[in-house]
Each structure stands twice: as structure tokens, then as C-alpha cells.
Design a protein around this ligand. Structure first.
Ligand code: SF4
Length: 436
């Protein structure tokens, strides 16, 4: 695959003797990552005013800058201020403004950390942070407090403590390896982590979150893919936010992963001035599925510090979902989610399709505005569900259906115990009852 004129120009500006082969070497890209404002100005051919540069320096001192030459080459120099690649990779002065609702750790990932480098939030799965390094420090990163301020990779002893937690916690059946970017580890270390997880019987599936196909596609080497395919079942989620990121190099990296038998998903973040547009999002999801990547989540932007300028109203996300559901293939539609501030996990939000219902009919509307009815069954015999009823015994091999505690609304719907209401902590009325 030939380099674009812009990439050849950048390569020669970065290093006089840079050959095309070096451009495609991910370690060369990392060594020449742009980490300061003067280099960025020189390579992009722009000059910030004195005040803007001073403000940007302050921002970069708090939230560091790193952009691979590859990702930089995607910025349109003619309209760089409005460019979606520029906006994701280079700070704006607004990033230094900490809004009144901003939080350092809005998802309370550190509070839910029972072991080093582990967040255990949901009952059956954990997040395992294996790297503090990213190929690019996304300006919208929710984990700004963790990544970018120190290019650290935890040592084996620290990672072993996380693996030990997973080993002694049998309810964990799904491990999401994240960071930073796990693909910034060398193949050997990643192979070791995946191998250790593979020895734990109760871990049924491992996922890796990486943005390298977007910002450093040359990281997806044949050697990496050959190693990954030894560790099935393995899923990979990547993070494309805009169709402009789906270059020939990015597409090739996705094809290599898919050809290694790895199912691919994509998590986008809804960002003002980047992808807050139904047409852009539709173009993105179409490009993803063409390249064997299933759109998985569309995230509402989190309340992390310095992200106010990226946030959109939730109504914008609903509008985008309204333009996708029914208007394109179901498997091309991501789930729109809000990650609950305070650590409540992901909450799905969507346009309303149920308009009303009675005991015998549900009134629904479709994506075109057609209003229709669905007749409920004339007879349906409800059954008592205590989460281990006769039906389970009869219809499932219990080894395949481990008994599980019902939680939250599922607990109210089940008949496993006599809970009939969930009451928030600190509820005055409940406290009066306890302490009349
Ligand atoms: S690659 Fe992921 S973890 Fe790293 S800066 Fe971007 S969003 Fe954050």
C-alpha cells in the first residue's frame, strides 16, 4: 500500500532518511509521536498566537499530548480547526476549563477496585488495566486521570496480583483487558497475560479494548495476529469515531484481525464537533460493518474533567439513534449508553417505541411513524420463578445455567425472595420506620 503525498511529506519532515518502510513500523511511529506544541505547529504548518500557545501549554501540562505521525497525517491542513481528527488529537483551550459537573473519576472505577489494576463493577466481569500507555492521548478520554500523565506499564508482579484476584473470584467469567492501550505492550507480555487468563477455568471469554487500528494501524502485525489466534475465545473492541478514520491502513489492520478469527466490535463516543451528526454516524456504522466490525456502543460523553466542550445533550444521541434504527441493518446499530456517574454502569437509552398498552394489546410505533398494535396472547400461564425452578431443571443442563442471584429490577420481577421494593439509601421515610 503506497503512502499518501502528505504522509511522504511528513515522513521527510520528521526524519530526513525516513523510508516508507519505517513509516509502517509501529515502533518508529511511537518514537516520533508528536508530544509538544512547537513540533505540532511545524508539522501541521500552523502558528498559534502567543496567548493561545500559552493556554495550550498549560492544558498539555495537565493532560499530555501524543499523536502518531500516521494519525496526524489524516488532518486536513486546509481546514484543521474543524477537522474531526484534529479535534480528537489536539487540545483546545476549553479543555483547561473544569466545569462544575466535571469529575476526576466519574465512573468511580477506582472505588470499585478490589485489587491492583482491577475494576470489578458488574457481577460476572472485570476490567483489567494492563497498560498506562496509549498510541495517542485522545482529548476526550474518560480515563484521563490514569493515562498519559505517566507512561507506565505495570510490571509482571503487579499484573500477577490482578490475575490472582480473577483466579480466586469464580463469578468472573469475562475479563476486559484495557488500559491505556493493551496493544502497546509487546507481543510476549500480552501473550503471557492471555496465557495466564487461559488457565483459569471460570474465565469463559476475554476481550481487549484497543484504539491502535484507528491511530496506529501498523501495530496489527502478522506476528501479533498469530499470537492472538492462539487465545480464543477472544473478542476485540476498537474505537472509531468518524468515517474519516477508516483509511486503507485502518481497513487492512481490521482485516488482519478478522482473518485471525477474532470477532470485532466498535465503541464510539458521541462528541460535539466531531460526530454529532446522524449522517456522519450512519456513514461510520456502514463503513464498520463493511469491514467486519460490529458497532457495539455509542457512548454519551462522560463527565471527566475538561470534556465539557465535547458533551452534547442526550437528545442529540436519541436523534442519531432515531436516524439509525429501522433506517439501516439492525446489526449496524450500536447501543446508545450513558455510563452512570458514580459507578452505576452502562444504562441503555433509546427512542420510545411503545406508545401504550392494555391487558390485551400493545400500541407501538415504527421508525416511519406507523402506529401499530401487537395482540397479547389470549392465554398465558405465568409460572413461579425462584431462579431454580423445575423448568430450569427440566429444560437446561444446570451446568450450562449456573444459578445466579437476581439483582435490581430483575430481583423484583423474579420470585426468588420476598423483596417487593427497592428503597434508596438515606430515604427519610425508611429511616423514620427504623428509628421512630
Ligand atoms: S486510546 Fe482509549 S485509553 Fe487511550 S487515550 Fe484514547 S480513549 Fe483513552
Amino acid at each position: 500500500m503506497t503512502l499518501s503525498d502528505r504522509q511522504l511529506q511528513l515522513a521527510s519532515m520528521i526524519s530526513e532518511d525516513a523510508a516508507a518502510r519505517q513509516w509502517r513500523d509501529w515502533r518508529w511511529q511511537m518514537r516520533h509521536s508528536v508530544r509538544d506544541i512547537p513540533t505540532f505547529e511545524r508539522l501541521l504548518g500552523v502558528t498559534f498566537s502567543g496567548k493561545e500557545r500559552r493556554d495550550l501549554e498549560l492544558t498539555v501540562a495537565k493532560f499530555p499530548l501524543a499523536v502518531t505521525p500516521y494519525y496526524l497525517s489524516l488532518i486536513d491542513p486546509q481546514d484543521w480547526r474543524n477537522d474531526p481528527v484534529y479535534r480528537q488529537s489536539f487540545p483546545m483551550v476549553a479543555e483547561a476549563i473544569i466545569g462544575q459537573n466535571d469529575m476526576t473519576d466519574p465512573l468511580a472505577e477506582d472505588a470499585d477496585s478490589p485489587a491492583p489494576n482491577i475494576t470489578h463493577r458488574y457481577p460476572d466481569r472485570v476490567l483489567f488495566y494492563v497498560s498506562g500507555v496509549c498510541a495517542m492521548y485522545c482529548r476526550h478520554c474518560t480515563r484521563k486521570r490514569k493515562v498519559g500523565d505517566r507512561d507506565t506499564i505495570p510490571d509482571k508482579a503487579t499484573l500477577s496480583r490482578g490475575i490472582d484476584y480473577i483466579r480466586r473470584t469464580p463469578q468472573v467469567r469475562d475479563v476486559l483487558i484495557s488500559g491505556g492501550d493493551p496493544f502497546l505492550l509487546d507481543d510476549g507480555k500480552l501473550d503471557w497475560i492471555l496465557g495466564e487468563l487461559g488457565t483459569i477455568d471460570h474465565v469463559e471469554v476475554v476481550r481487549i479494548g484497543t484504539r491502535t487500528p484507528v491511530v496506529l494501524p501498523y501495530r496489527i502485525t502478522d506476528d501479533l495476529c498469530a499470537m492472538l489466534r492462539q487465545h480464543q475465545p477472544l473478542w476485540i473492541n476498537t474505537h472509531f469515531n468518524h468515517p474519516r478514520e477508516m483509511t486503507a491502513s485502518a481497513r487492512e489492520s481490521l482485516a488482519r484481525l478478522a482473518d485471525a478469527g477474532i470477532p470485532l466490535g466498535n465503541q464510539s463516543v458521541l462528541l460535539a464537533g466531531v460526530n454529532d451528526c446522524p449522517r456522519i454516524m450512519k456513514a461510520l456504522v456502514h463503513k464498520l460493518v463493511q469491514n467486519r466490525v460490529r458497532p457495539y456502543y455509542l457512548y454519551q460523553c462522560d463527565l471527566s474533567e475538561g470534556l465539557s466542550h465535547f458533551r452534547t445533550p442526550i437528545g442529540k444521541g436519541i436523534e442519531i439513534m432515531e436516524s439509525l434504527i429501522g433506517h439501516t441493518s439492525g446489526f449496524a446499530v450500536p447501543q446508545y449508553v450513558i455510563d452512570a456517574p458514580g459507578g452505576g454502569g452502562k444504562i441503555r437509552v433509546a427512542p420510545n417505541y411503545i406508545l401504550s398498552w392494555s391487558t390485551n394489546k400493545v400500541v407501538l410505533r415504527n421508525y416511519e411513524g406507523v402506529i401499530t398494535t401487537y395482540a397479547e396472547p389470549e392465554s398465558y400461564e405465568p409460572y413461579f420463578c425462584d431462579r431454580k425452578c423445575e423448568r430450569c431443571d427440566l429444560q437446561l443442563n444446570l451446568e450450562d445455567a449456573p444459578e445466579d442471584k437476581a439483582l435490581g429490577i430483575a430481583q423484583l420481577l423474579a420470585d426468588a425472595d420476598d423483596t417487593i421494593a427497592l428503597t434508596p439509601q438515606g430515604n427519610d421515610r425508611a429511616e423514620r420506620r427504623e428509628d421512630p
